[in-house]
Design a protein around this ligand. Structure first.
Ligand code: FES
Length: 175
């Protein structure tokens, strides 16, 4: 009897642990879909939901494109030289006068976030191109600087800045 009494709880303990382990695996398995669902689906984004952008993979000098509310957006990781070019401009001489500091977030001058359609007739300008190392619109030759400001050509205004904020140093939320 003593042997059985000892064996029973041992077996129950084993079953309890095994069940616990299965439970843990089950939780881990359902964690992925949950994380995936934290990013809004395409329909929600199209309806205007904010989107978060992880800046970590964007190398210095690189420009990435993304869509928000169906509109193209450029996120540019500016080099120190590009920032200097953007800052060392006589603002009053610009066709659409705007200081670079007004077009980036304080403390994050290396990140430029602008809408990606030319303000002339909507073509998509080519990055790292043109006389000011910013963008060159292939349609009618508008030239934008490293702050996305119009410098030459028929585009009437700078590339607009979408509403966005830094969530932390490596992540922004657009919208
Ligand atoms: S659409 Fe860009 S210059 Fe005309």
């Amino acid at each position: 009897m003593a042997e059985t009494a000892t064996a029973e709880p041992t077996r129950r303990d084993f079953l309890f642990i095994a069940t616990g382990a299965v439970g843990a695996v089950g939780v881990a398995a359902v964690a992925w879909p949950f994380i995936a669902q934290m990013n809004p689906d395409a329909a929600t984004v199209a309806a205007g939901a904010p989107v978060e952008v992880d800046l970590t993979p964007i190398a210095e000098g690189q420009i990435v494109k993304l869509f928000w509310r169906g509109k193209l957006i450029f996120v540019r990781h500016r080099t120190a030289e590009e920032i200097k070019e953007a800052e060392d401009v006589n603002v009053a001489s610009l066709p659409d006068p705007e200081a670079d500091s007004a077009r980036v977030k304080e403390g994050h001058a290396q990140w430029l976030v602008v809408y990606g359609n030319c303000t002339h007739l909507g073509c998509v300008p080519l990055g790292n191109a043109g006389a000011y190392d910013g963008w060159l619109c292939p349609c009618h030759g508008s030239v934008f600087d490293t702050s996305g400001r119009i410098r030459q050509g028929p585009a009437p205004t700078n590339l607009p800045i979408p509403p966005y904020a830094f969530v932390d140093d490596t992540k922004i939320q657009i919208g």
